[in-house]
Design a binder for this molecule. Structure first.
Ligand code: SF4
Ligand code: SF4
Length: 154
């Protein structure tokens, strides 16, 4: 089980809005109220959250196969919301309690589309824009010891 707020099955909406300029302009009390409202709306099945992604985003060009022995595809534990198009296409599972955040397995925190032995994505051609465009190179959550260095090395 991966224990981290970025991967929690308790969706952290703050992470979703952390780069949103409109959200950041809200006064701090307003930010908290909006987050609370959205959480309540999802819980009561009154509202959903869609990801806001540019459809033509550049794909990250990391040779994942060379690193998956070390990273164990930890990126596939990160939480994000599917775009409306992705949710409607129905190719990628979402969190039924918090639509349309991507589904995560409660047991190990991974995406249900990840093969646990090979660490390969089994919906590769239909993977979400966020998966296509994310680069782990500068992410110290994935690589606490630096990109490509075994995270289990002290
Ligand atoms: S993006 Fe990074 S963490 Fe994800 S599989 Fe590729 S190398 Fe591993
Ligand atoms: S859809 Fe594929 S690439 Fe995206 S998180 Fe799931 S397993 Fe990983």
């Amino acid at each position: 089980m991966i224990d981290d707020s970025r991967t929690s099955t308790d969706i952290d909406l703050w992470q979703e809005f952390v780069d949103d300029p409109d959200f950041l302009e809200l006064p701090s009390g307003g930010q908290e109220k909006l987050i609370e409202f959205l959480n309540r709306s999802m819980e009561m099945k009154l509202g959903v959250v869609y990801g806001n992604e540019e459809p033509n985003q550049k794909e990250a060009c990391i040779d994942c196969k060379s690193y998956q022995g070390k990273c164990k595809s930890k990126c596939c534990t990160l939480i994000f919301a599917l775009t409306q198009e992705e949710a409607e296409a129905g190719k990628v599972q979402y969190n039924k309690e918090k639509p349309y955040f991507i589904a995560r397995d409660e047991e190990d925190g991974y995406c249900p589309h990840l093969d646990r032995e090979s660490y390969q994505c089994n919906v590769w051609n239909d993977r979400p824009i966020r998966c296509r465009s994310y680069s782990c190179e500068k992410d110290d959550y994935i690589w606490p010891n630096g990109f490509g260095i075994d995270p289990t090395t002290p």
